[in-house]
Ligand binder design. Structure first.
Ligand code: ADP
Ligand code: MG
Ligand code: ZN
Length: 468
């Protein structure tokens, strides 16, 4: 029997508001523990939550960008449970009546987007293994939860969906997308079923996976685990599991809680959230240009191929970087080539994000200009670029101090060509007998002789002339 995977993702995104969801406390990440807290977010008796309007607008933005129906009336409920990081004893979350319904990201259905507050954070093993600490700074941080339909069929598809979703949220400036800091977290629901079957199998939910790589590994592991169980005739239990990165496995955390365990009920401290058409229209008018529209504009405005435009606009900071480069040196195709080949490879290699590099767009644009002006050759440019990435130094300075200026002195190149032709008598014979494909070999040899600094155009010309 062959099986297929069925996957649905629940993604929590932290909204980029300055203050928390129901109080005026700061959302600053990395603050000293328990400094961004007040009686409201620490759940003191008799305090009242007040909804953050900017958070609602950010949630509406996400809903509109994901083609959801924004609900005129949504309701905050209390989700009751006990945990030491939750002083109130309940989490405020939209439940039966979320803000957004029925959207999609490409072909993947978005069931709902609802608003909720985050809980605090427990810290274990800070020296004394018998003691745990609690940091309440994260209590009541504004989140949206984006719930996909069970429409994904492989780990790669799920990771792809998550990447696109992250891209959109970052474009909208509603979330910074930082998975390491937990601003974007994902629960993956995974089940398997025989290919062709219409019914869904029992699912396991893998909690709080915080990198694209882990999402993929965790889902793949889970598919394999479930398949092996089913093939042995064992049943899948509905449960919550955790990804153990060190061992590369998912582990059972607890049996899956049911909604009724939480005793949801509308929070009597909060009025229903009413969003009228005028408000939606106002928010809609503030939506920024998203990836798709930007890619189209790049094609028409800069005349670059659609492929380049799609790659460059996948992430907003990269698109901005490209545009800044073009502003400094109007050579869009050359810049696009350099970014897609050299820059993106190095980002991957060095595990850096575009916003983390030391090379400014102006510097990269200048370096590409230096190739055009014949100051440096394409191959030397690669060396210069590496140095720029390492040190953030200006390309001019690197070229000067390292003596990398391209040699366009015909006398020097002629001397090198003559030396090579005198040495390579066999190859010269081969060339003269009509096998002109050895020409490239001569170019390479001359370049090597001149430590890569010769102007390649001149090398070609002079070689042709000398070879007759
Ligand atoms: P809960 O909030 O209790 O986790 P939901 O019904 O809201 O439950 O579903 C959460 C996620 O699980 C959704 O993304 C949905 O697409 C996905 N899902 C539901 N059933 C299955 C299943 N059988 N296999 C895989 N994913 C599923
Ligand atoms: Mg869930
Ligand atoms: Zn507070």
């Amino acid at each position: 029997m062959k099986y297929e995977a069925v996957i649905g993702l629940e993604v929590h995104a932290q909204l980029l508001t300055k203050s928390k969801l129901f109080c005026a406390c700061s959302t600053q990440f990395g603050s000293k523990p328990n400094t961004n807290i007040c009686p409201v977010c620490t759940g003191q008796a008799g305090t009242l939550p007040v909804l953050n309007k900017v958070a609602v607008e950010m949630a509406i933005k996400a809903g509109l960008a994901l083609h959801c129906e924004i609900q005129e009336k949504s309701i905050f409920a209390r989700k009751n449970y006990f945990y030491p990081d939750l002083p109130k004893g309940y989490q405020i979350s939209q439940y039966e009546h979320p803000l957004c319904l029925n959207g999609h990201l490409d072909k993947i259905h978005i069931q709902r987007i609802h608003m909720e507050e985050d809980a605090g954070k427990l810290l274990h093993d800070l020296g004394d293994p018998k003691v745990s600490h609690v940091d309440l700074n994260r209590c009541s941080m504004p989140l949206i939860e984006i719930v996909s339909g069970p429409d994904l069929r492989s780990a790669a598809e799920a990771a792809d969906y998550l990447r696109k979703l992250r891209g959109i949220l970052v474009y909208l400036e509603v979330c910074d997308g930082n998975m390491q800091e937990g601003s974007l977290r994902c629960d993956a629901n995974v089940s398997i079923r025989p290919i062709g079957s219409k019914e869904f199998g029992t699912r396991a939910e893998i909690k709080n996976v915080n990198s694209f790589k882990f999402v993929e590994s965790a889902i793949n592991y889970e598919i394999k685990r479930q398949t092996e169980r089913v093939e042995k005739g064992e049943k899948i239990v509905q449960e919550t599991r955790l990804w153990n990165q060190a061992e590369g496995i998912t582990e059972s955390m607890r049996s899956k809680e049911e909604a009724h365990d939480y005793r949801y009920f509308p929070d009597p401290d909060l009025l229903p959230l009413i969003v009228d058409q005028a408000w939606i229209a106002k928010v809609k008018s503030t939506l920024p240009e998203l990836a798709e529209a930007k890619a189209k504009r790049f094609v028409t405005e800069y005349g670059i191929p659609e492929y380049d435009a799609n790659v460059l606009t996948a992430e907003k900071p990269m698109a901005n970087y490209f545009e800044e480069c073009v502003k400094a040196n109007n050579a869009p195709k050359k810049i696009s080539n350099w970014i897609m080949a050299e820059l993106m490879r190095e980002l991957k290699e060095r595990d850096l994000y575009i916003t983390e590099i030391k090379v400014t767009p102006k510097q990269l644009a200048k370096m590409i200009g230096m190739i055009d002006e014949g100051v440096i050759s394409g191959s030397i440019a690669k060396t210069v670029f590496m140095e720029m990435l390492d040190s953030g130094t200006d390309p001019n300075a690197i070229v000067q101090t390292k003596g990398l200026v391209q040699v366009s002195d015909t006398g020097a190149i002629e001397a090198a060509v003559e030396k090579i032709l005198a040495r390579e008598t066999e190859n010269v014979k081969t060339y003269k007998s009509g096998k002109t494909n050895v020409f490239g070999f001569f170019v390479g040899a001359v370049m090597k002789e001149m430590q890569g600094k010769a102007n390649p155009k001149l090398v070609n010309e002079i070689l042709k002339k000398k070879l007759g």
